[in-house]
Ligand binder design. Structure first.
Ligand code: HEM
Length: 233
């Protein structure tokens, strides 16, 4: 019964929230489709956190997505043990890279007074969701081998069953609790996209962002909290 609720019904609720929320945000506040930059408040730790976080997590998500689109590719690749180990090792390394970056970003938000002032409850919530996602993802990879294989064999057919409006929770029923938390938390993540700074995820080309030349970033709207902040030199 719980599986039916969490993996049969909840995905539709959260997907609806995401789609309706995106329309709502676009129609009411379309100029806020960015992650309000805090770069001029503090740059050094941002650099050490943001780069590993984005490169790690985006590459992992691209991996999740390719396996979602072409699961047979994963089976073919993993057919030779050496290739399976390579894939799992690269995934693990990227997972730790993302974790390192995320911890640096959290540290920065906790320790830098000016960034802390600008941190909303939404930001805190998003950081909690992200840390759960990365830690449980690493848990999948470390404790339940070989994740890439059973991702393609169980999780991918479940996701397709959701998208085809014919949810089949049997695919995920027997997965370990850690993995169930990973999957459910991913849905929460998707549901939160329109309401938080995560919305920048939908509109930018992250790789372009990471290699673009420096530019001056200004906040578009006035925020009473920032009126007294002196520009960082
Ligand atoms: C917001 C979306 C998601 C994020 C940010 C995310 C993040 C991660 C991270 C950081 C890892 C560890 C990297 C690795 O070692 O491969 C991982 C692994 C994994 N994730 Fe996710 N994930 C997301 C969505 C999902 C979904 C929706 C599923 C399943 C339906 C899933 C299933 C898995 C599995 C099975 C692994 C282990 C892969 C392996 O051992 O090779 N993830 N994820």
């Amino acid at each position: 019964m719980a599986d039916q609720i969490f993996f049969g019904a909840a995905p539709y609720v959260l997907l609806t929230i995401a789609v309706v929320g995106l329309f709502w945000r676009f129609s009411t506040n379309r100029y806020s489709w960015s992650t309000q930059s805090s770069q001029f408040l503090e740059n050094r730790t941002l650099f050490f956190g943001s780069f590993p976080w984005h490169y790690g997590i985006i590459t992992i998500l691209v991996g999740h997505f390719i396996a979602f689109l072409i699961p047979s590719l994963v089976f073919a690749w993993n057919g030779a043990p050496a290739r399976l180990y390579l894939l799992e090792l690269v995934g693990l390394a990227l997972g730790f890279l993302a974790l390192f970056g995320l911890l640096a970003l959290i540290y920065r938000r906790i320790t830098n007074a000016r960034v802390k002032t600008m941190t909303s409850s939404w930001d805190v919530l998003i950081l909690i969701i992200l840390i759960i996602q990365v830690v449980t993802g690493l848990g999948n990879a470390i404790f339940y081998r070989w994740g890439s294989n059973w991702y393609a064999a169980a999780a991918v057919p479940w996701m397709w069953s959701i998208l085809k409006f014919n949810p089949n929770v049997d695919f995920v029923r027997n997965l370990p609790l850690n993995t169930k938390i990973h999957i459910f938390n991913a849905m929460i993540f998707i549901g939160f996209i329109p309401f938080s700074r995560l919305v920048h995820f939908v509109v930018i080309n992250p790789y372009k962002y990471l290699v673009r030349p420096y530019q001056v970033v200004r906040w578009y709207h006035r925020n009473p909290k920032t009126e007294n902040i002196v520009q960082y030199k």
